[in-house]
Design a protein around this ligand. Structure first.
Ligand code: ZN
Ligand code: ZN
Length: 219
């Protein structure tokens, strides 16, 4: 069964409440992924990196392959049953309700959150009180579509210069505020701030939106 990994603490409350019914995932390959998906471009980027490290400028005609866009196809299709998991890289089974960090347990000691900055400093002998299991349940994918997010600069008539975020959608009647809320964010503003910080929206970026319905627990 396909898995969907989750690590974004901002949307953890909605994930635990099972009110999160959408996610937005990047629709491109990172440079590190290229070794697998586009070896030619990976070699090019390595050449450029090595030349830069040595301080040697690389000429355009020394790049044998044309750089192209590395669009990533959607990972999930409509109808897929997907297991939602928290932090699949971690071997830990239980995570803090408040911050999503690993819970450490010691014999005869309370279970406690590993994150020193977490509000939960006391821990508890009752694991279920402070933690959730990494297996969050199963969902059925009901819709897949694309969006594009970008940050645009605009100037007020009185000269003040500001950044704002904008988006294009490949689906009618999709509203950015409801998309943000179904994704588990408090507002579109919060969501754009998160995406800008993690994906740099100063150039337009394409994402896949997946929508789902939660299956009954233990289904
Ligand atoms: Zn390529
Ligand atoms: Zn915590």
């Amino acid at each position: 069964m396909k898995q969907m990994n989750n690590t974004c603490v901002e949307v953890l409350p909605a994930l635990l409440a099972r009110t999160k019914t959408k996610t937005i995932r990047k629709a491109w390959y990172e440079e590190n992924d290229l070794i697998k998906y586009c070896p030619a471009c990976y070699e090019d980027s390595e050449k450029i990196r090595l030349a830069n490290d040595e301080g040697i400028p690389i000429k355009n005609d020394e790049i044998p392959f044309k750089r192209h866009k590395h669009d990533k196809p959607p990972k999930y299709q409509v109808g897929d049953i997907v297991e939602m998991v928290w932090d699949s890289d971690s071997d830990c089974e239980d995570f803090c309700n408040l911050c999503g960090s690993e819970i450490v347990s010691g014999h005869y000691l309370p279970y406690v959150c590993k994150n020193d900055n977490c509000e939960d400093t006391q821990g508890s002998f009752n694991l279920n009180k402070i933690a959730f299991n990494k297996n969050l349940g199963k969902v059925r994918i009901t819709e897949v579509f694309e969006v594009k997010f970008m940050k645009v600069a605009y100037q007020h008539p009185w000269g003040k210069f500001e950044w704002d975020t904008t988006w294009t959608k490949s689906r009618d009647n999709e509203n950015i505020e409801s998309l943000a809320k179904q994704n588990g964010f408090k507002s579109a503003e919060d969501m754009f701030a998160y995406f800008d910080e993690n994906y740099d929206l100063s150039t337009p970026k394409k994402f896949h939106v997946y929508r789902w319905g939660w299956l009954k627990l233990h289904a």
